[in-house]
Design a protein around this ligand. Structure first.
Ligand code: LIP
Length: 288
């Protein structure tokens, strides 16, 4: 049993309240990055490489989420892509990606998200944590996708008053690799991309087709709602993965890493159980 599985999960009542906060915060930050986007948005900073960009809105969205979480849950920890790193005392940690798909956001491609999750265990160590509640807002489509442990995965309009009923999500039942639509992604370092391309050259003839959406959080939502059959990528971080992981699991899918272990930077594969076991080995030779 991995370390995270040993950590106690809050009661369903507590999880329901945490899920509601995840939805609320993801929608508030999603509206903010959509409606307050400066006309002339540029690159504020670069991180691991020249193409790994940060905009001022990534930072402001994380500051907003940080403030909302601290006000509502002062004893919890926080781990954020843009540097938020708060140690809590409650045993719960919020793992946040203020803009997932930052390059899409910079290029005004309507495929970016805000990802907010609550996890048990230590999200800074692979295999030592797992999500118990999460939400992903898709501001371009004005939708929010959410789940909590044991209560299913759902999509609903971001607008509170919208009468459209929540839709329950279910992963695709496709089990044939050759008929599978596979989403994937690539790192920011040229040498890593070169090796990922080698793997892709091998994988492409084996599947129906590939989709490169540019946001791991939205890729995982697409696995959960069956609009792709599988997702596989190496190099993603806890904040790219956390909320999407619980959404896929609660939609009947599995989220695994190398050799059926915990998902993480080395490899993350999400799909229906039958397809996941076929897809993971194809990416296992990929560089971590
Ligand atoms: C992105 C991931 C995506 C990956 C990109 C990037 P970011 O996260 O969501 O799956 O392919 O290289 O890492 O940097 O936009 O938060």
């Amino acid at each position: 049993m991995d370390a995270a599985a040993a950590v106690s999960v809050p009661s369903d009542e507590q999880l329901a309240a945490l899920e509601q906060l995840c939805v609320e915060f993801a929608v508030i930050a999603g509206r903010f990055i959509r409606d307050e986007r400066p006309d002339r948005l540029g690159v504020a900073q670069t991180k691991s490489t020249d193409t790994d960009v940060v905009t001022v809105m990534d930072r402001r969205s994380e500051e907003l989420l940080h403030r909302l979480i601290i006000e509502a849950r002062p004893d919890d920890g926080i781990l954020g892509e843009e540097g938020a790193d708060v140690t809590g005392t409650s045993g719960l940690t919020w793992v946040i990606d203020p803009i997932d798909g930052t390059v899409n956001y910079l290029y005004e491609i309507p495929a970016y998200a805000v990802s907010v999750a609550v996890v048990v265990g230590d999200p800074s160590r692979e295999g030592a944590w797992r999500p118990v509640a999460g939400a992903i807002s898709d501001p371009s489509l004005r939708l929010v996708h959410h789940a909590r442990h044991g209560a299913g995965a759902w999509t609903r309009p971001e607008e509170e008053g919208d009468a459209t009923p929540p839709r329950r999500l279910t992963v695709s039942s496709e089990h044939r690799l050759g008929r599978s639509l596979l989403a994937t992604g690539f790192g920011y370092a040229a040498d890593v991309r070169a090796r990922q391309a080698e793997v892709l050259t091998r994988v492409l003839p084996l599947v129906r087709d590939i989709r490169r959406i540019g946001s791991a959080a939205l890729d995982l939502v697409r696995v959960a709602d069956g609009s792709v059959d599988a997702y596989a990528e190496s190099g993603i971080n806890a904040w790219d993965l956390a909320a999407g992981w619980i959404v896929v699991e609660e939609a009947g899918g599995v989220v695994v890493g190398r050799d059926g272990g915990a998902p993480g930077k080395a490899l993350t594969v999400a799909a229906g159980p039958a397809l996941a076991t076929q897809v993971a080995p194809l990416f296992t030779t990929e560089p971590a």
